[in-house]
Design a binder for this molecule. Structure first.
Ligand SMILES: [Zn+2]
Length: 329
C-alpha cells in the first residue's frame, strides 16, 4: 500500500488525542495475553500462537512475490487452509498488467462460511509480497523482495485462524474471507491504480453476482510488536460506523493500546477499491506509526519485515477483537 502524504499534514492538524473513548476500556493490552479480557466470550477463543504459526508457515515459502515458485506453493497451501475451515472456496485466476508492463498471473481466494446466509461480512487481506524492498535503509537492498511477515502474512494468518475457531453453527451471519493477490506491486509515488491489482479484478468480477455484504474489514500489517491502529481517513469517510464499532469492541476487550482512538492518515489500500468500485463500505485496520520515515511500522517495505518482528500479542488483539465483533454483528 501507499500513503497519501498530502493528506497527512491535513489530518495531523485535525488530530485530537482522546485518552480512551470507553471508560471501561482498560489500556492493558501492551503486555496483554490473548486471554486478557474479562468480557464474555461467545465463541471459541482466537489462538494467537496458532496465528503466529500461520505467519511462520507463509514465511517458510519465502517471499510470496507473484510469478515465483514460492508464490505458487503458498497458493496451494492457502487453498488447502481455506478448504479446511470454510464451507466453499472459490479461486479466481486472472492476468493483470502491472505499471512496469508485466503480464502477471494472479489468484484471489474467496472462502465462505454459511454461504446461504444473505447477511454477510467481508474480511480481506492481501497475500502477496512486494517484489522490491524499496524502503530499506540500505539502497543496495532495494531490488530484493520483501519477506512480508507483517505485510501481509499477518492479516492472512489472523483470517485463517478466525476461520478455524469460529463456531460455525452459532454464527448468525455469513462470512467471506477474501485473500487478494498483487496488492503490493504498485509504483511508489506513482499512479494509485498501480496498487491493489487483485482487488481491482475482484471488484469488477465479483465471485457472486450482485454481491452485497453489510460491511468489509481489511487487515494489513496486523502482527508487528507495538502496532498502532489509527482510524484511517478513507475508512472514516466511507464506513465510520464500522470503524467506531470495531474500535469500541477493542476497547471493551482491553485492546485500546493497539486500537488508538485518534485519526490516521489516508492510505491507498485494497479497501479504497472495495469502497469506490464494489460499493461496499469497507475499513482498513493498518499499522500507522508516528516517528517512522514511512508512517507505517518501522520495517515496512524493507528486507527486515521478517518473522522476528511479529508479536503474538498483536495478532491476538486483532483476532480477539474481530471474533467479538463478529459475535455481536
Ligand atoms: Zn506493502
Amino acid at each position: 500500500m501507499d500513503i497519501k502524504t498530502t493528506f497527512i499534514a491535513l489530518i495531523a492538524a485535525c488530530i485530537t488525542l482522546v485518552a480512551c473513548g470507553n471508560s471501561g476500556g482498560g489500556d492493558n493490552s501492551g503486555s496483554a495475553s490473548v486471554e486478557a479480557s474479562t468480557a464474555p466470550v461467545a465463541m471459541a477463543p482466537f489462538n494467537a500462537d496458532s496465528a503466529y504459526a500461520l505467519v511462520a508457515a507463509q514465511c517458510d515459502f519465502g517471499p510470496r512475490v507473484p510469478a515465483t515458485p514460492a508464490h505458487g506453493r503458498c497458493a496451494q497451501w492457502l487453498e488447502k487452509q481455506l478448504s479446511l475451515h470454510c464451507d466453499t472456496v472459490v479461486l479466481q485466476r486472472a492476468t493483470v498488467t502491472t505499471f512496469d508492463g508485466k503480464q502477471l498471473p494472479i489468484t484471489n481466494f474467496i472462502g465462505s462460511i454459511n454461504p446461504d446466509n444473505p447477511r454477510r461480512l467481508l474480511l480481506v487481506a492481501h497475500w502477496d509480497c512486494r517484489p522490491w524492498a524499496d524502503n530499506d535503509p540500505d539502497p543496495a537492498k532495494h531490488s530484493q523482495p520483501v519477506m512480508g511477515a507483517n505485510d501481509a502474512a499477518s492479516g492472512v494468518a489472523v483470517l485463517l485462524e478466525l476461520a478455524r475457531t469460529l463456531p460455525k453453527s452459532e454464527t448468525n451471519i455469513g462470512i467471506d474471507i477474501l485473500l487478494v493477490d498483487a496488492e503490493d506491486w504498485g509504483e511508489n509515488g506513482g499512479d494509485e491504480n498501480s496498487w491493489a491489482l487483485g482487488t481491482q479484478y475482484w471488484a469488477s468480477h465479483p465471485h457472486v453476482e450482485g454481491y452485497r455484504p453489510v460491511a468489509g474489514i481489511l487487515l494489513d500489517m496486523v502482527g508487528a510488536k507495538g502496532a498502532q491502529f489509527s482510524k484511517e481517513y478513507f475508512s472514516m469517510q466511507y464506513a465510520s460506523s464500522v470503524v467506531n464499532d470495531l474500535w469500541n469492541t477493542a476497547a471493551k476487550a482491553g485492546y485500546s493500546a493497539f486500537f488508538r482512538n485518534h485519526s490516521g492518515g489516508a492510505i491507498t489500500d485494497d479497501h479504497v477499491t472495495i469502497n469506490t468500485v464494489a460499493g461496499i463500505p469497507c475499513i482498513d485496520v493498518i499499522d500507522m506509526r508516528t516517528g517512522t520515515n514511512s508512517g507505517f511500522f518501522p520495517y515496512w517495505h524493507t528486507t527486515a519485515d521478517t518473522l522476528d518482528k511479529i508479536d503474538p500479542a498483536t495478532l491476538g488483539a486483532v483476532g480477539n477483537t474481530l471474533a467479538r465483533f463478529i459475535a455481536g454483528f
